[in-house]
Ligand binder design. Structure first.
Ligand code: ZN
Length: 215
């Protein structure tokens, strides 16, 4: 379950499947789900939309109980995103791997997908287990690959969204351009207030630095 059955006779199908289910794609799906599930009462339709945005097809009639189980899994994953260093991320993941996942196994979903690793005990695991185990799998590989925390929580005090770190280059601090812009404007106002009249004229213009460099 949870994977789209594919006819494997065409190489392009396999490539497409691999792209949609790559480690990074899975980790980004985790971040998007952790964010949509952060609401007190997440809308099942909104959760289904995030799943579809990340490659799920077919009927996604999530029940309130299934969404509640996914929300509990998302809360358990948040400490991995809060980790400041690789060893903290590894400790958070090791806790989840020890207490909440099955042993590593390979599955091809009865020959309908390429072989890939799973940490759940059953291909038909419920949605909450699926979210926790598929996320642990991807985040664990990212820590292995990058020797850094796999993601972060937005640095804006008005936002608690999580996102997957780039893994190279200057680290982004904010989940989105919107948060980066809001924080930059607020910092500019604070600097002007602290500096008194005239200070604003000597400060760099808000927007002088392209937003994408500040993300
Ligand atoms: Zn944010």
């Amino acid at each position: 379950m949870r994977y789209i059955p594919q006819v494997l006779s065409h190489r392009s199908d396999r490539d497409d499947w691999s792209t949609r289910h790559s480690v990074l794609a899975t980790a980004r799906r985790t971040a998007a789900l952790v964010n949509v599930l952060a609401e007190d009462l997440p809308d099942p339709a909104a959760v289904a939309e995030v799943l579809r945005d990340h490659g799920e097809t077919g009927p996604l009639d999530l029940t309130a109980d299934e969404v509640a189980a996914m929300r509990a899994a998302a809360a358990m994953l948040r400490p991995v995103f809060a980790a400041e260093h690789a060893d903290e991320a590894a400790a958070a993941l090791n806790h989840l791997l020890r207490e909440h996942t099955g042993p590593l196994r390979l599955t091809s979903h009865a020959g309908t997908t390429p072989w890939h690793p799973h940490l759940d005990r059953d291909d038909d695991a419920p949605w909450g287990v699926w979210l926790l185990t598929s996320s642990c799998m991807a985040l664990t590989v990212l820590v292995w690959d990058r020797q850094q925390p796999p993601g972060r929580i937005c640095a804006s005090s008005a936002c608690d969204a999580v996102f997957i770190a780039r893994g190279s280059g200057p680290e982004r601090r904010y989940c989105s351009r919107r948060c980066a812009t809001r924080e930059r404007v607020a910092a500019h106002r604070r600097a002007r207030t602290a500096g008194g009249p005239g200070e604003g004229r000597r400060s760099p213009e808000v927007g002088a630095v392209p937003a994408e460099n500040q993300l």
